[in-house]
Design a protein around this ligand. Structure first.
Ligand code: ATP
Ligand code: MG
Length: 429
């Protein structure tokens, strides 16, 4: 066979110069959501197609054109998950997690959507999602938004704003849908092709259009707040009051509709202007009907998902330097005998200093080459085992950051010497 095989369009490798940033972001977020009592759940990446079709909605962009769906060998229709909520609900029901209990869950991993690849849109992308089940009131909505706000703070991100809306109950929305259909039908000639296609089945989505030619028409459309049921209106008012009280700034955005059918009442997006057209970092809302819809007992729920690629891109352009941790020590080994002794000495150092980053010179080479590699590694210190050192059970130790002379110390003093030389680097108790 000839020719290089390349990755699938829209699916990206995350290379070693980026992975420290990913670990940092994931670690920070996971640490925060654990502190709010959310527990990790790990879910399959493939589910039955029906799960997504029925929950996200047949007429949404995701289900109608973005899913990776295929027939298994026994002809089951399967789909690479485009999002995490449906699988989380499926698992919760299957394992009885929702029986008279509150569940706060999070998950992390790849999602798949066959969209047109562009900046901020991949075909495989990654999300951290959190879902809270069994809580009715706006208090959990507010807490979830506070938790997101804390995530931005601890990642030292600024200029992220919160867009907030309510979609009311299903009845509200049905009524509002009819009103919108009437309104947009009477202006049919001003709708673009996309919107004409959405008119009968998904008119709310028209509100979400970014087409500048339709801006005026959309601005003048009937407002959902005039159709809200009392319960949703109260819920929304109380949420706003809780956020005001907690000093969370938000923009009320009656055009925010979300691209998935299962949402009702509270919906929100955290957005930034700094990423161009795809500026939504996190999106979510209430989906009080979904558990019951899948055959469970009526269970209120709210969730959201953070898009990790966009978040990491934002951190990168916000110019925070990240730690691509260089080793503390580079171990230089003269020959096979030195390698035998060095591997054992290295292990005893790793046991003594659990945080020590030690790079063994594997693959041989002259002292000169090995010193060059040590320099390039960015290590602070070199340890050197040559013939003399081996014979005398000593080791050479040389700073790679200044011109000081190489010292020779007995093996027995190695721990003390390293402890001294690496003060402030090893986070010792
Ligand atoms: P958008 O309006 O940006 O298409 P969406 O409504 O499809 O968003 P959600 O399903 O709510 O997005 O996903 C939540 C988050 O996941 C988004 O805010 C975004 O950060 C991220 N995301 C969604 N689709 C992609 C993608 N194709 N590539 C990268 N990130 C994505
Ligand atoms: Mg989308």
């Amino acid at each position: 066979m000839s020719g290089k095989i390349q990755a699938i369009r829209g699916m990206h490798d995350i290379l070693p110069d980026q992975t420290p940033r990913w670990r940092h972001v994931e670690g920070t977020i996971i640490n925060i959501i654990n502190r709010y009592g959310y527990q990790e759940i790990r879910l399959p990446i493939i589910e039955k197609t029906e799960l997504f079709a029925r929950s996200i909605g047949e007429l949404t962009d995701i289900v109608s054109k973005e899913m990776y769906t295929f027939a298994d060998r026994n002809d089951d229709q399967l789909t690479l998950r485009p999002e995490g909520t449906a699988g989380c609900v499926r698992a919760g029901l299957e394992h009885g997690l929702f029986h008279n209990q509150i569940q706060k869950l999070w998950y992390i991993g790849p999602m798949f959507r066959r969209e047109r690849p562009q900046k901020g849109r991949q075909r495989q992308f990654h999300q951290i999602g959190m879902e809270a089940f069994g809580l009715n009131g706006p208090d959990i909505d507010a807490e979830m938004l506070l938790m997101c706000d804390r995530i931005w703070q601890e990642l030292k991100l600024t200029d992220i704003s919160l867009q907030l809306n309510t979609l009311g109950t299903l009845q509200t929305r049905d009524q509002y849908k009819q009103t919108l259909i009437k309104y947009f039908s009477s202006h049919r000639n001003r709708l673009d092709e996309d919107s004409q296609g959405r008119l009968q089945n998904n008119p709310l989505r028209i509100l979400d259009s970014k087409n500048p030619d339709m801006e005026e028409l959309i601005a003048a459309a009937p407002n959902i707040y005039d159709y809200l049921d009392a319960e949703s209106a109260d819920h929304f008012a109380e949420l706003k009051s809780l956020l005001d009280n907690a000093d969370i700034v938000y923009n009320i955005n009656p055009r925010l509709v979300r691209g998935l059918d299962y949402y009702g009442k509270t919906v929100f997006e955290w957005t930034t202007d700094r990423l161009g057209a795809q500026g939504t970092l996190c999106a979510g809302g209430r989906y009080d009907m979904l558990v019951e819809y899948f055959g469970g007992k009526s269970t209120p729920a709210i969730g959201c998902a953070i898009g990790l690629e966009r978040l990491i891109e934002l951190i990168q352009i916000s110019s925070h330097t990240t730690v691509n941790d260089p080793p503390h020590v580079y171990f230089i080994l003269a020959n096979d005998a030195a390698t035998r002794a060095g591997l054992k000495l290295g292990e005893s150092l790793r046991s003594t200093f659990p945080r020590l980053r030690l790079l063994m010179n594997c693959g041989g080479g002259s002292f000169k080459t090995q010193f060059k590699k040590a320099d390039r590694s960015g290590a602070l210190l070199a340890l050197v085992l040559g013939d003399d050192e081996l014979k005398n059970q000593t080791v050479g130790i040389k700073s790679l950051r200044d011109e000081s002379q190489q010292e020779t110390i007995p093996w027995a003093n190695m721990v003390d010497t390293l402890r001294k030389k690496l003060t402030g680097h090893l986070n010792l108790p």
